[in-house]
Design a binder for this molecule. Structure first.
Ligand code: THU
Length: 158
């Protein structure tokens, strides 16, 4: 038996102003997207923005439903919209932000497992790394690839 460890590298910024202009724009788009969140049950508003390889930004927010499982997360709303509208453009970055009743949590909200799996698939489809930017009010985390938030990524995608 061997004990093993994995390490995950990510960057922490104290505010969006520390990021480059391209990432700042995506953070702003995610915050803007959270305003269209429809969350009458959880009152937890989530916004996401996906940047495509040509710079196009596609926004999404969580959309809830009285039949609870029919609702969907912000990240998947944004990725599925991008996949449907621009099927030939790789998704190169995704930012998301979350908080109760229009606020932003101090520490970044982290995507659910289902959204991470969908990120993995679109990263694979695009053939290049998709960076993930998680936005909190007091700090922002940036992961250079989906693998960094989904260790042991399911790799039977071909
Ligand atoms: N939610 C997201 O939009 N993204 C996540 O990664 C986790 C959760 C939404 C789903 C639901 O509308 C609300 O947040 C509370 O779970």
């Amino acid at each position: 038996m061997t004990n093993k460890e994995i390490k995950i590298a990510f960057k922490e910024y104290s505010s969006a102003e520390e990021m480059d202009a391209v990432d700042q724009e995506l953070v702003a788009a995610a915050i803007e997207a959270s305003k269209s969140s429809y969350a009458p049950y959880s009152h937890f508003n989530v916004g996401a923005a996906v940047r495509l390889e040509d710079g196009t930004i596609v926004k999404g927010s969580n959309q809830e439903n009285a039949a609870y499982p029919s609702g969907i997360c912000a990240e998947r709303t944004a990725m599925f919209a991008a996949g449907a509208m621009y099927p030939d453009k790789a998704m190169v970055s995704l930012a998301c932000v979350a908080g109760p009743d229009g606020t932003i949590t101090d520490e970044p909200g982290t995507p659910c497992g289902a959204c991470r799996q969908v990120m993995a698939q679109y990263q694979h489809k695009g053939g290049r790394d998709m960076s993930i930017i998680l936005v909190g009010a007091k700090m922002i985390w940036k992961f250079d690839r989906v693998d960094d938030i989904l260790p042991f990524i399911f790799n039977s995608l071909d």
